[in-house]
Design a protein around this ligand. Structure first.
Ligand SMILES: [Zn+2]
Length: 101
């Protein structure tokens, strides 16, 4: 009897594994749509919207010139973002971040 149960479980295991392999990514995708606050803020690690550079608190703490510069969408936008990341990674306080145009 134990052998029969072991054989049934053994035969079903690939099916269970396949079901989980298909179901889990679908559930994770549905969850990220429902709750888009999934990426951590580079400064404080609090959840932030995926398309924002920082969480609301850290964004608000940036000096106004840096915030203005980071809001511009031009050919140097990516260079400014890298400048922000470099300073945050070097533990520069958010209120002291300077982003050159
Ligand atoms: Zn933050």
């Amino acid at each position: 009897m134990d052998d029969l149960i072991a054989r049934i479980v053994g035969a079903l295991w690939p099916l269970i594994y396949l079901t989980a392999a298909i179901t889990l990514p679908v559930l994770l995708a549905l969850d990220s749509q429902r709750n888009p606050m999934t990426t951590p803020c580079r400064s404080c690690r609090a959840p932030k919207p995926p398309r924002m550079y920082l969480c609301g608190n850290c964004w608000g703490a940036l000096p106004t010139p840096a915030r203005r510069a980071l809001s511009r969408h031009d050919s140097k936008a990516f260079a400014r973002l890298r400048e922000l990341h470099r300073q945050l990674d070097a533990d520069v306080p958010v209120a002291e971040v300077q982003v050159t145009p």
